[in-house]
Design a protein. Structure first.
Length: 251
């Protein structure tokens, strides 16, 4: 069987986006990594949030092999994934005013902590209000979003603002509006989204930069090992015990 032309085109598109982000967002990613390191050094807690498919990149940095043990998932019932029924309910909940405030008020997040908010469009009420309210509580906010949406679409939040307007640091994924990299004859809609690939890479690059910063400051980054490697469970147990006051996915 010959190679798939479209599969190759998708890889090319994804690699192109990753290269752009690496080159154009290097300074912002380093700044975000330093902010994460600052929070770890000062005893603050780390949280990540995303709704719908944007949640995949947030989940990818929580309790995983090779990951920073201190990253916690800030969850909003019904919007974390497509397991809610019907799946369209998750999209509807992203537009509900006041939901972010209720979630933050009942979460452990507090002044001095850091929250990474992942939202491709950054236009819905939930990520915008999450950023607004988190900053009002004294959290530092890093937004991972596509700036193209803020420049070429309308906000769905009452303020008219986007996620990028309420962040201390913005990381631009460069994803085009519509999140579909390919078109082809016989396929009536654009297809092959790359936002998960690129956004997950941004998140991992940010945490790599944070680990680099911590080492430069003489602090051992609290990383997790794979449980499928000999000694991994014991290593992770020690890390989780040492930092149990900042880890919430075990409670």
């Amino acid at each position: 069987m010959s190679d798939s032309k479209l599969a190759g085109q998708f890889f090319d598109a994804a690699i192109g986006l990753l290269t752009r982000v690496r080159d154009e967002e290097a300074g912002s990613i380093a700044e975000a990594g330093a902010a994460v390191a600052d929070t770890v050094e000062s005893g603050g807690r780390l949280f990540a949030f995303g709704a719908g498919h944007s949640s995949l990149a947030a989940q990818d940095v929580v309790y995983r092999a090779g990951g920073l043990a201190l990253m916690n998932l800030l969850t909003v019932p019904g919007v974390v994934g497509v397991d809610v029924m019907p799946a369209t309910l998750g999209s509807a909940l992203e537009r509900v005013d006041g939901l972010a405030s209720a979630v933050l008020d009942s979460s452990p997040a507090a002044a001095g902590d850091l929250l990474v908010i992942v939202s491709l469009s950054g236009r819905n009420a939930l990520p915008v209000e999450m950023a607004q309210n988190a900053r009002a509580l004294g959290l530092k906010v890093i937004g991972v979003t596509s700036v193209a949406y803020a420049e070429h679409t309308r906000s769905r939040h009452a303020s008219g603002g986007f996620l990028r307007d309420h962040c201390d640091i913005v990381l631009d994924s460069k994803i085009a509006i519509g999140d579909a990299e390919l078109t082809a004859p016989g396929i009536e809609a654009p297809f092959a989204p790359a936002s998960t690939v690129v956004t997950s890479a941004i998140m991992q690059a940010m945490l790599a930069a944070a680990a680099e910063q911590l080492v430069a400051r003489g602090i051992e980054p609290p990383m997790l090992r794979s449980g499928n490697v000999d000694g991994g469970h014991e290593w992770n147990g020690r890390v989780m015990t040492e930092y149990r006051d900042r880890i919430f996915y075990r409670h």
